[in-house]
Design a protein around this ligand. Structure first.
Ligand code: SF4
Length: 590
């Protein structure tokens, strides 16, 4: 089977590590990835202090990570988010996950805190902790290059933090293979709180398949179909940046801090302009024929991207229309180790505060819409926690608490997490997804009314979203890339051939539902209430601009009634608390 069946736990406080044999029952119940990570976090740290020693970092692979399955690069990180104090799963591609698998581990648990900066070197021989004092303060690019050049292995891979993680910014990310990220929710700050600068993995262990012949045949057919799928070919050509144009056309493109759904100058940051101006080269993660990633090279700079989310928040969100400015901000964020989505939303929030004159002293920053130079200066100050940057360093919620004066209404976060994906003024359905998901991320479920078909009705939102969230949960357990356009009818047999399990599409979906209940219970125990399942006030005070609510102001009572319908569908009470019966039916305690 493709699982190695082994884990390693590294305690940075003592400097000791131990390995063990994985509980196969855990894989039966949760498959891998997000599911196994959530179950581990729930049992090991049900109520941790996010930046305390008891909050583990759990790097966890899925059953396909490192295998011959297309998009098998994907790997998952689970921890308790300092941004939301809720459960966090963050996913990334690149080559790190496959290398972790080749080192022989399904998951790595890191707890405690080193008394000085360290790196962990992980290989089939185990973990070695090394001094990293000379790397502290360095950016992700230099750190990665330094560690790779010093590593004796054949194909090492690096996950590390930059200055943002060291300074514990709650929007700090972990950089992987330089240009990939465990981006959302402040995982970089958790790593920084442990004085852990980097995790380096290497190995060359082979993966075995439960039924190699069946696997080969199923995988060959899937690969064949992916390679010829029209949506895949389009995605390879345009990248995720295709959504800039569709966001403009369908009117959901976050613009000027979610005030607008269209950006007059969107062509400047469109996929087509980026390909031309940034000399894009198609590239991809480990074993991926889709190749949605793009290497940008311009004026002596090089970065992978920009991705759509980066464009939507550091670009149109801030009124910035030059793709070189966008790519430069992208490069700085990747190097300093700050999530481009939260950073972009926070910059756009700052620009609106500037427009409204909510701070007496901006220390010379002219944060007008479209001022890319001022945006870069603000990002630098945030990462350094200096001057006005201190106010914005931990995202919009904390900034609005500091600034007050009604700024909470347009600090666009849900329970601390900056919104991603689309502007809810352009898609009620997406606003609903972001409100009820375990955290407000575009990776939970991507849907706009237009994409749900002409028969789709407002009253369908709660049940359709519930099913969609569960399905994506399971995909995040398999850790198949969002961009594989096939469902469980193809993936269940492949999983069974790979691991020897006997899943059906239905049993896989049940795992996603179990995970929804588990995450809900965890989050309620960690401070979330039903009052938090709501969009920021902006969306109830200003007219929606497209979708179901075009031209109308979304009524909060109506929105709450949809949420109540969602709770009932889940068998949660009016406070959004899962009933003991439903928890028991999924094998979870109350
Ligand atoms: S589709 Fe894109 S993000 Fe997904 S694995 Fe391939 S290159 Fe990576």
């Amino acid at each position: 089977m493709t699982y190695s069946g082994k884990w390693i736990h590294i305690d940075l406080s003592s400097g000791h590590s131990k390995t063990g044999t994985a509980d196969i029952g855990l894989y039966d119940r949760y498959v891998g990835g997000k599911g196994v990570g959530f179950a581990l976090l729930d049992s090991l740290a049900p109520k941790p202090e996010p930046l305390g020693i008891d909050n583990p970092l759990i790097f966890v692979n899925g059953p396909f990570t490192g295998t011959q399955v297309q998009t098998s690069a994907r790997t998952c990180l689970v921890t308790c988010s300092p941004l939301t104090r809720n459960i966090l799963d963050s996913h990334c591609g690149g080559h790190f996950g496959p290398r972790l698998r080749a080192a022989g581990f399904d998951y790595v648990l890191i707890t405690g805190k080193a008394d000085h900066p360290v790196t962990i070197q992980l290989s089939p021989q185990g973990a070695e902790i090394q001094d990293a004092s000379s790397l502290w303060g360095k950016g992700i690019f230099e750190t990665t290059d330094t560690l790779l050049s010093a590593h004796p292995g054949r194909n090492p891979r690096v996950a590390c933090i930059g200055p943002a993680g060291e300074k514990l910014l709650k929007i700090a990310c972990i950089g992987v293979d330089k240009y990939r990220q465990y981006g959302r929710g402040g995982a970089g700050a958790v790593m920084g709180s442990k004085n852990l600068k980097a995790l380096v993995v290497d190995g060359d262990l082979q993966i075995e398949y439960a039924d190699p012949n069946a696997f080969k045949e199923l995988n060959r057919a899937l690969t064949h179909d992916i390679a010829r799928n029209e949506s895949v070919l389009f995605r390879r050509d345009k990248g995720t940046m295709k959504c800039v144009r569709s966001g403009q056309e369908f009117e959901f493109l976050p613009t000027r801090n979610f005030q607008l759904c269209r950006f007059d100058e969107f062509e400047g940051i469109s996929s087509e302009t980026c390909r031309r101006e940034l000399n894009w080269e198609d590239t991809g993660c480990f074993n991926c024929a889709i190749q949605c990633s793009k290497i940008a090279r311009w004026d002596g700079h090089e970065v992978e991207g920009p991705e759509y989310e980066t464009a939507a928040f550091l670009g149109s969100g801030c009124g910035i229309s030059d793709c070189r400015d966008l790519a430069l901000a992208n490069e700085l964020c990747d190097d300093w180790g700050i999530d481009t989505i939260s950073a972009g939303v926070t910059c756009s929030f700052a620009m609106e505060c500037y427009e409204k004159g909510l701070l007496k002293d901006w220390e010379g920053l002219k944060l007008e819409w479209g001022n890319a130079d001022a945006q870069r200066k603000l990002l630098r100050l945030m990462v350094q926690r200096k001057g006005v940057g201190k106010i914005f360093a931990d995202g919009t919620r904390e900034a609005a608490q500091w600034i007050g004066q009604g700024s909470e209404d347009f600090a666009v976060n849900i329970h601390g997490m900056e919104l991603s994906g689309v502007n809810p003024k352009g898609s009620l359905t997406m606003g609903f997804v972001l409100s009820v998901a375990d955290f407000a991320s575009h990776t939970r479920l991507w849907c706009t009314e237009a994409e749900m078909g002409p028969e789709f009705r407002i009253e369908d939102i709660p049940t359709v979203v519930a099913d969609g969230l569960d399905e994506i949960n399971t995909r995040n357990c398999l850790i198949i890339c969002d961009f594989v356009p096939y469902g469980f009818d193809r993936l269940a047999p492949l999983l069974n051939a790979a691991t020897g399990s006997s899943h059906t599409p239905k049993s896989l979906l049940q795992i996603g539902t179990r995970l929804t209940h588990l995450a809900r219970r965890y989050n309620l125990n960690n401070g979330r209430t039903h009052e938090d399942d709501i969009l920021p006030e902006r969306f109830f005070k200003e007219p929606s601009l497209s979708g179901f609510m075009r031209g109308r102001i979304l009524d909060k009572t109506f929105f709450r009634s949809l949420i109540q319908k969602y709770y009932r569908h889940r068998d949660w009470n009016a406070q959004g608390i899962p009933s003991p019966e439903v928890l028991r039916s999924f094998g979870l305690s109350s």
